[in-house]
Write a protein that binds this ligand. Structure first.
Ligand code: ARG
Length: 715
């Protein structure tokens, strides 16, 4: 009963005043009340029970979170899953060697025995969710500091987890929504034996590279396929040759009849993060301080990596995934700076906040909300410089293995050194494997440059109180830290595999703590986490004010946003197949799809981004498209929908009104890069691979028809 009431209350909040089809990342629990009628009008033929049911198998059982950061879907009764190429990229690169370069040449398992197991890759099934707002808010009160609040939430969360994980069978995650105003818990089941089934070569799967990334028109076959394995009873199990393909509760039928403009399209997946409730000051901080530093530091580490990747295939394969990950957000953040500036998003948000401030200072609201806007603005003003500084520092943790070593290998060595003999014996095999992997994955000259260039940029541009050790080094080495880093690299034992292995035989916590690279890494982390009393207070006040802003915006009806920000929980977005308007920056003619002919128009032989396999060109010349051609006689490649997605949705299924698979979401368009902060219903599109192109590549290009034969095809 109480649960029912709080659900009702949540629904009232969720409904808002009007609901727009394309915008919104909706909760499966609420689509019956909020969206279903609208969806039916647009072409949905399923009941909500067929999409999300706790008791019966439903569409949601065919959707998994892929390795923590992407989405994938089950497409056969034998556990076959489809996701993006860029989601499988890390695993594909890991399985590749210069001799067997699957990243460059593609891979298609002829039989299940040929499928390859990468070291760590898991998928997460969604079992159920429920509202726990009342329960958590019941433990909180207004006189708590943010830290006390967090502690109370953590304690209650631990209880909820324990009550629902069925003795470790499930992973339970409690998430905050609407900036800590509501809470829901999610029950998941993880499978860890996931194997590579097939991938196109990267000149199909990543065709267009970083030049085309985030752009339309697009011509990328961004897909790869894996299979989930479990034990004989269908339960999750560690990798074993005895494991068998999982028989999923549900798999998606694949519809190859083709799409046309205006067709209903919905996407289910795991959007990672949006900031649609972000205050104006936060947008301004990102545009002027945080993102420019992010962009510049990313490019610096990319350039350092690339120099060595171009010279050696083994280095290229080792750094490919890291490089692609950094490059992806390097371009995204610049796109955000441009779009947010062009559309004056901070200004329009500030105008809305001024309205809110007037509401907040009405007599009946003043006590609770009166100082909210002021507190938020003070916080941003006081932290702008720090945010720039922090970004220069943080990007180094992504690019440089040694900048973050205190968090990775170093922290494991530390735990080992501090353990007793029995514990060490237990830890040894895993740690040995971590060390092997660490040294197999790095190339010291590249690591030296990545760190040097990152540090040089940091001391020059951070414009804030520097890490003390680096401040000193900067003086001593006159602004060029090359000699400094050379010195650290030669003095540290962490740059030599032999010496790290020797450390395992004679572990010494002091030696580790005094190692110069370990020290630098620890200093950088400590500096980042340093909180003066003043900063602690600012953050405390801000946390509370932001939560009140969202609360007040919802009460006053002043926010145009009616749904909670993305937070890596399963959401549904619906809309239709839809073209980008001709008056956007884009010079594509008004269309919603691209073709193989268009792909070949971009072809540049031997180019790193725009090369193509000869076989693909021949198939196009002969129009040998099998049953996958469009009625118009061309081979479709990508198409656009107006769905509301973000990073994390990569690999999500695009479904027609019957819940059949018509495409695979993989990107957004640069004109709408402000989308994580503000949804633009004219410009914001999702870029999808047409499912017919996926099947054409598997069947006609790769000759792996047996994989298509596993699927349930609707012709
Ligand atoms: N922009 C895509 C996303 O974030 C990733 C595309 C990967 N391709 C690339 N060229 N880096 O989902």
């Amino acid at each position: 009963m109480t649960r029912f009431k709080s659900t009702l209350l949540a629904i009232v909040f969720f409904v808002g005043f009007f609901v727009r089809a394309d915008e919104g990342m909706w909760f499966l629990m609420f689509i019956e009340r909020l969206n279903h009628r609208d969806m039916q009008k647009m072409g949905l033929q399923l009941t909500t029970e067929e999409i999300y049911s706790i008791n019966n198998s439903s569409l949601k059982d065919a959707i998994v979170q892929f390795n923590g950061g992407c989405t994938a879907e089950l497409i056969s009764k034998d556990g076959l899953i489809l996701t993006n190429h860029h989601c499988g990229y890390d695993a594909i690169a890991e399985l590749s060697t210069p001799e067997h370069d699957y990243l460059s040449n593609g891979f298609w398992a002829a039989t299940k025995n040929d499928e390859m197991k990468p070291k760590s890759l898991y998928v997460r099934f969604f079992v159920r969710m429920d509202d726990c707002t009342k329960r958590i808010l019941g433990k909180l009160n207004d006189s708590m500091t943010e830290a006390e609040r967090e502690k109370a939430i953590k304690e209650e969360t631990a209880l909820i987890e324990k009550e629902n994980n069925e003795g470790g069978k499930y992973v339970v995650s409690v998430r905050s929504f609407f900036q800590g105003n509501e809470f829901y818990y999610f029950v998941y089941q993880d499978y860890k034996d996931v194997r590579l089934v097939g991938t196109p070569p990267d000149n199909i799967g990543k065709f267009g590279g970083d030049t085309d990334n985030w752009e339309w028109p697009r011509h990328t076959g961004d897909f790869s396929m894996f299979r989930v394995y479990g034990d004989a009873n269908g339960n999750p199990a560690d990798y074993s040759t005895n494991n068998v393909p999982l028989k999923p509760k549900r798999h998606l039928p694949v519809n190859i009849k083709g799409v046309k403009e205006g067709d209903f399209a919905m996407i289910l997946g795991y959007p990672g993060r949006t900031n649609r409730w972000l205050p104006a000051g936060g947008i301004e901080q990102n545009v002027k301080y945080a993102y420019p530093a992010w962009v510049e530091a990313s490019k610096t580490s990319m350039d350092a990596m690339k120099k060595y990747m171009d010279k050696d295939d083994a280095v290229r394969l080792n750094y490919a995934s890291k490089y692609a990950g950094i490059a992806n957000y390097w371009k995204n953040r610049q796109g955000m700076i441009d779009a947010l500036s062009k559309f004056k998003t901070a200004e329009s948000k500030a105008a809305n906040e001024a309205k809110f401030n007037a509401w907040a200072n009405k007599k009946e609201n003043k006590d609770k909300f009166g100082t909210v806007v002021e507190t938020i603005n003070n916080y941003y003003k006081a932290t702008n410089e720090k945010s720039r500084h922090d970004n220069y520092l943080q990007i180094m943790f992504r690019g440089s293995e040694y900048a973050r070593i205190a968090r990775s290998l170093g922290s494991q060595l530390e735990a080992y050194a501090k353990a007793d003999d029995a514990k060490r014996t237990e830890m040894y095999p895993d740690l040995k494997a971590v060390i092997d992997e660490f040294f197999a994955g790095i190339y010291l000259p590249a690591e030296n440059d990545i760190l040097t260039d990152g540090l040089n940029l940091y001391v020059k541009k951070a414009g804030y109180k520097l890490v003390p050790a680096l401040e000193n080094a900067n003086k001593k080495y006159n602004g060029d830290l090359k000699g400094y880093v050379n010195n650290l690299f030669s003095l540290s034992f962490l740059t030599s595999k032999e010496r790290v292995l020797a450390f395992l035989e004679l572990p010494n916590a002091d030696q580790l703590a005094n190692d110069p690279l370990m020290k630098l890494s620890n200093d950088m982390i400590a500096h980042l986490n340093l909180r003066s009393e003043e900063l602690t207070k600012l953050q405390n006040d801000f946390g509370r004010a932001y939560r009140l802003l969202v609360d007040g915006m919802r009460q006053s009806g002043l926010s145009p946003v009616k749904y909670p920000d993305a937070n890596s929980t399963l959401r549904l977005t619906y809309g239709k197949v839809s073209a980008l308007p001709a008056d956007s920056d884009n010079d594509a003619k008004v269309n919603y799809y691209t073709t193989l002919q268009g792909t070949i128009k971009k072809y540049k032989p031997n180019d790193e981004e725009f090369d193509l396999p000869q076989r693909l060109i021949e198939l196009n010349d002969k129009k040998d498209f099998g049953e996958y051609a469009d009625k118009g006689g061309y081979m479709p490649v990508n198409f656009l929908t107006n769905n509301d997605i973000t990073g994390g949705n990569s690999g999500s299924p695009v479904l027609n009104g019957k819940g059949e698979l018509i495409g695979l979401a993989f990107d957004g368009n640069i004109e709408a890069m402000a989308g994580d902060v503000i949804f633009d219903s004219k410009l914001q599109k999702t870029i999808n691979v047409d499912i017919r192109y996926v099947l054409f590549i598997i069947d006609k290009y790769a000759g792996a028809k047996h994989i298509v034969d596993e699927m349930t095809i609707i012709r």
